[in-house]
Design a protein around this ligand. Structure first.
Ligand SMILES: [Fe+2]
Ligand SMILES: [Fe+2]
Length: 253
């Protein structure tokens, strides 16, 4: 295994070896099954149990993944669960260079954590929800808004529709109606420019030659992210289960 493998690739590579060494059965989540075009029932473990009656489904920690502390912090998730986060670190540094306030630096640092943590589609909405209990309302709003605003140019800040999107989605791509409707709501909102600043620092920030350490933002996280003392996932917040899903992504039930 190498550092450049994604979490999913690392998990798959280890799966084969571990399944041989240990008696456990991994049942992929519905999300994972769909993503692989597998519409069959992910719940049937009967054949595998018959083949190996001593095997058990995963209900505890996943032996394929790095162990996490009992009371995981945001930084632990960056270290042990999130995929490559260079893009986020570079966005945050870009925000510092542009003189954005601390909480907006945090917003840039966290804007894509849903994508690197567990899901790409609608990642701005998921990411905003993940952090909502722990950050300033403006940070949550801005992270949600970046999902929408990145599809719309704003000449006042030199933001153009990303060239990359033409390549990725095709020149004829049209945004979904719910995105258009959210844009109408967001463009006149008092925090519009905060969401816009994420898109500005997002698009131009990626440089494969720039290396930014997470430690550069330890203090900003400390001052702007209300880390729950029980650990993310165990604080009985409305989103605790989402953090637990990242800790144990293949938990059977
Ligand atoms: Fe994003
Ligand atoms: Fe981004």
């Amino acid at each position: 295994m190498t550092d450049t493998m994604t979490l999913s690739q690392r998990a798959d590579a280890l799966e084969e070896k571990m399944a041989r060494d240990l008696d456990y059965i991994v049942v992929k989540s519905r999300l994972h099954s769909w993503a692989e075009g597998d519409m069959s029932s992910p719940g049937s473990v009967v054949p595998q149990l018959k083949a190996n009656p001593n095997a058990r489904v995963l209900m505890g920690d996943d032996p394929r993944l790095p162990a996490m502390p009992e009371k995981p912090t945001l930084i632990d998730f960056f270290k042990y669960r999130f995929g490559p986060s260079a893009h986020l670190l570079q966005s945050a540094r870009h925000a510092v260079k542009n003189g954005l306030p601390e909480k907006m630096v945090l917003a840039c640092l966290l804007h894509d954590i849903a994508g690197v943590g567990f899901i790409r589609g609608d990642h701005g909405y998921w990411g905003a929800q993940l952090v909502e209990p722990y950050v300033d309302a403006e940070v949550t709003w801005a992270i949600r808004a970046h999902q929408v605003l990145r599809f719309y140019a704003d000449e006042s800040v030199g933001y153009e529709y990303p060239e990359a999107y033409v390549t990725l989605f095709g020149a004829d791509y049209e945004t979904d109606p719910y995105i258009d409707e959210d844009y109408k709501r967001m463009k006149n909102h008092k925090w519009y420019m905060s969401g816009r600043m994420i898109t500005v620092n997002d698009i131009y920030s990626f440089d494969p030659n720039v290396h930014v350490e997470l430690e550069e933002f330890t203090d900003i996280i400390g001052r702007n992210f209300r880390q729950p003392s029980q650990g993310l996932g165990f604080d009985n917040s409305p989103v605790a289960h989402m953090w637990r899903a990242i800790i144990r992504p293949a938990k059977y039930l």
